[in-house]
Write a protein that binds this ligand. Structure first.
Ligand code: F6P
Length: 466
């Protein structure tokens, strides 16, 4: 892969990169490789394609790696000052743009766009500029650059000014807010966000709904989308990887342990999420409690296996949400638990092998986000499930556009409705469950990560004209 200045032909830019470093007790650095759609997507173009991934150093280990000149081929990590990164990532990206696109504000008291917000916005500009400058320095003449997500919305516009020769794309992994919500942002900030994005030749979204919302915002606040092309690429599950990984020995071990926790002969309602406000884990627990209240016949015959892995713990509202998930799970266990039945099996420590084990065992998967760009769990469970699994799916998840027909659809705010959906999913005949799982799997794997990435690249470099 390219590492010399100005040589890269294909560049991606994202806040979180494919590798992270930790300082060990003896002072040495330990590298950990991450997964996900972009990692497998980028591997599709092969080692000779001249690809470079530009990302930010996130923690002390990453910064130390940059300072010691340690890195991986094809990855350039930017040592952006920790305070600037914290303002940009925690302050603006995760506390403002994420909240706007997922419509998470409790509006009587928030948002408050005060002087502190303006100070953090200046850091967000600095952080975006650091990416634009690094990309401008690394890209070969006429190279293709695909910028990722809400962390970097200003980069396309900044990069266009520095390097008009480049083909610039941007891909949003989140929803996009409708104009009525987006207009909560101060007018100049709303325009800066849209103009930054419109610096790209082409913008990609996960579903038509989010693409249309973006277009509507541009029409309302930026005089339209101009020459920028807009496309939809619904990232799918990586079936080959998941099926292989889900049958390794560590997953089998976790299945044995999980079966013991669930208890012999009981059905499992499974959810696997980051502990993320938009994932709606608390209402999922309330719906499960409602199910046990409305349908006493399920008591001792079902367990809710809920994995809620730590995320964004620098933000107080995420720490509070994590505590509420744990409190409510304990309350349900106190209320309904018996000597040999734990109604909620909650795990909060990230363990990919255990997630796959739960996918394989699931009778019902509960995916009830308030709003979600796609939600890959909804796509992964049917692929991995051993005996077919009923999918209870929020109509506000991007995945609903592709999976809605074979899922049991829920309004994520409706606790009674979600409890009823869980009951219907639990009582779905096994043959129907298996048939639906086959169709869900086909839809979920229609656009695997490699093709998802190649399609964007082809469209950006003009070979398809879309
Ligand atoms: O687009 C949302 C996203 O950036 C995903 O790509 C990722 O799974 C998630 O948020 C995790 O975010 P963070 O990098 O903040 O942990």
């Amino acid at each position: 892969m390219a590492s010399t200045s100005g040589a890269a032909q294909v560049l991606v830019a994202s806040n979180r990169g494919p590798v992270s470093y930790q300082v060990r007790d003896d002072g040495s650095l330990h590298a950990k490789r991450g997964g996900g759609g972009l990692v497998s997507g980028l591997s599709a173009i092969g080692p000779d394609a001249g690809a470079l991934w530009v990302c930010s150093a996130l923690g002390d280990g990453d910064r130390e790696a940059v300072r010691r000149g340690i890195g991986e081929d094809g990855v350039r990590m930017l040592d952006i000052p920790a305070e600037v990164h914290a303002d940009a990532y925690n302050g603006i990206a995760n506390s403002v743009l994420w909240f706007v696109h997922h419509m998470l504000y409790q509006t009587p008291l928030e948002p408050v766009f005060d002087a502190e917000f303006r100070r953090q916005w200046a850091s967000y500009e600095t952080y975006n500029r650091a990416f634009a400058e690094a990309l401008a320095a690394e890209a070969a003449e006429g190279a293709a650059v695909i910028v990722q997500d809400y962390h970097l919305v200003l980069v396309p516009g900044m990069l266009r000014e520095l390097r008009p020769d480049l083909r610039i794309g941007h891909f949003s992994h989140t929803p996009w807010a409708p104009p009525e919500y987006f207009r909560m942002l101060p007018d100049d900030i709303a325009r800066a966000v849209l103009r930054g994005m419109l610096g790209a030749d082409r913008l990609g979204f996960l579903t038509r709904r989010w693409a249309d919302a973006f277009t509507a915002c541009c029409e309302a606040f930026a005089g339209g989308v101009g020459d920028t092309r807009i496309g939809v690429h619904g990232l799918g599950a990586d079936a080959d990887f998941l099926r292989r990984r889900a049958h390794e020995a560590d997953v089998e071990e976790r299945m044995t342990a999980l079966r013991a926790e669930i208890g012999e002969g009981r059905k499992a309602i499974v959810r696997v999420d980051r502990t993320e406000l938009s994932k709606n884990i608390v209402r999922g627990l309330l719906a499960y409690r409602q199910l046990l209240a409305d349908h006493p016949e399920w008591r001792e015959r079902v367990a809710h296996v809920a994995f809620a892995y730590p995320s964004r713990q620098d933000l107080a509202v995420y720490r509070d949400y994590t505590a509420e998930v744990q409190r409510l799970a304990a309350e349900i266990n106190d209320e309904y638990g018996t000597a040999d039945w734990t109604p909620v099996v909650l795990h909060v420590k990230d363990d990919f092998a255990r997630s796959l084990a739960a996918y394989r065992l699931a009778d019902v998967a509960l995916v009830n986000p308030i709003r979600d760009g796609m939600n890959l769990v909804a796509k992964e469970v049917p692929v991995v499930s051993d005996q077919g699994c009923a999918l209870v799916l929020s109509r506000e998840a991007g995945a609903h556009e592709e999976l809605g027909e074979d899922a049991v659809t829920v309004n994520p705010y409706d606790i009674v409705g979600t409890a009823d959906a869980l009951h219907r999913a639990l009582t779905m005949p096994l043959s129907e469950r298996a048939d639906r799982t086959k169709r869900l799997t086909a839809a979920a794997t229609a656009l695997p990560p490699a093709q998802w990435f190649l399609d964007q690249l082809t469209a950006l470099t003009g070979q398809s004209g879309s």
